[in-house]
Design a protein around this ligand. Structure first.
Ligand SMILES: *Cc1c(COP(=O)(O)O)cnc(C)c1O
Length: 232
C-alpha cells in the first residue's frame, strides 16, 4: 500500500537525517538544531498527516492561511509560527492566533503587536528578521539598525525577543549564501556582547540549510523538502 502520508514520513525521516549529518559535518550536536516545518500552501489534510508524525509547530507566511488552518485544525494544539512579511493591520489576528513571530522587522509592527497582545493578555516569542542580502525583494531590518532596534524592543514586554532570522540571497554561489548566514551570526554575537539574550538563529531552508548549520543556525525552516513541491 502506498499513500501520501508514507511519502511524508519518508521525507521527514530523510530531512532529519540530512540535518543531523550537516550538524556532524560542522562539528555540532544534532540536538542543537531544530527543524521548523513550513506548511504554507498545504491544507489541513497534509498538516494532519504531519501531526501523525508528532509535529505540532508549523511555519506559515500568510495570516489568512493561519486563520483558515487554525479553524480547521482547532483541536490540534498547534503552535503557528509566522515567518512571512507582516502588515501592521494584521496584528490583531497574529496576537490571537500565533505562538511566535520570526519576521519582526520594524518598530511600527512591534508597537502594533504589543498593543494587541496586551489586549489579549498574551506574550509571544519573536525573532528579529534581518536583511542580510542586497536583494530588493527581501524584507528585513537593515543590519546597521539592529542595535537601536533591539534596545527599543525592551519597552515591549509582550514580545520576548529570542534571536534573529534571515533569508539568504538566492544564489548558486555557496560563498554568497554563506556570507548572509555568517553576517547574521556576527550580528547576534555583537548584540549578545551588548547584553541581549539571543540564543536563537533561524536560518536555512530546503536548498541551503547545510551552509546555515555550518554558520551556527539553531533552527532551519524547511518546506518543500518535507511537504513536496508547492503549486504556487
Ligand atoms: C517558504 C519559506 C521557507 C521554506 O522554504 P523551502 O525552500 O520550501 O524549504 C523558509 N522560510 C521562509 C521565510 C519561507 O517563506
Amino acid at each position: 500500500m502506498h499513500d501520501a502520508s508514507d511519502d511524508l514520513a519518508a521525507r521527514w525521516a530523510r530531512i532529519r537525517r540530512r540535518v543531523d549529518d550537516a550538524c556532524r559535518a560542522a562539528g555540532r550536536a544534532p540536538a542543537e538544531v531544530a527543524i521548523l516545518p513550513v506548511s504554507k500552501t498545504f491544507g489541513p489534510p497534509m498538516i494532519r498527516a504531519a501531526m501523525a508524525l508528532g509535529l505540532r509547530r508549523f511555519g506559515e507566511n500568510k495570516v489568512q492561511e493561519i486563520r483558515e488552518k487554525s479553524v480547521a485544525l482547532a483541536d490540534g494544539g498547534i503552535d503557528w509560527v509566522m515567518i512571512g512579511h507582516l502588515q501592521t493591520n494584521k496584528a490583531r489576528d497574529v496576537a490571537r492566533l500565533v505562538s511566535e513571530v520570526q519576521s519582526l522587522d520594524r518598530l511600527e509592527l512591534a508597537q502594533a503587536l504589543h498593543r494587541q497582545l496586551r489586549h489579549a493578555g498574551r506574550a509571544i516569542d519573536v525573532l528579529v528578521q534581518v536583511k542580510t542580502s542586497g536583494e530588493p525583494s527581501k524584507y528585513g531590518l537593515p543590519p546597521a539598525q539592529l542595535p537601536a532596534f533591539l534596545d527599543a524592543l525592551r519597552e515591549y514586554d509582550s514580545l520576548r525577543v529570542r534571536g534573529l532570522m534571515t533569508l539568504a540571497v538566492h544564489s548558486a554561489e555557496a560563498d554568497e549564501v554563506r556570507a548572509c548566514f555568517r553576517l547574521l551570526r556576527a550580528l547576534r554575537d555583537q548584540a549578545v556582547a551588548q547584553g541581549h539574550d539571543l540564543p536563537r538563529l533561524s536560518m536555512g531552508m530546503s536548498d541551503d540549510f547545510p551552509l546555515a548549520i555550518a554558520e551556527g543556525a539553531t533552527e532551519v525552516r524547511i518546506g518543500s523538502a518535507i511537504f513536496g513541491a508547492r503549486a504556487r
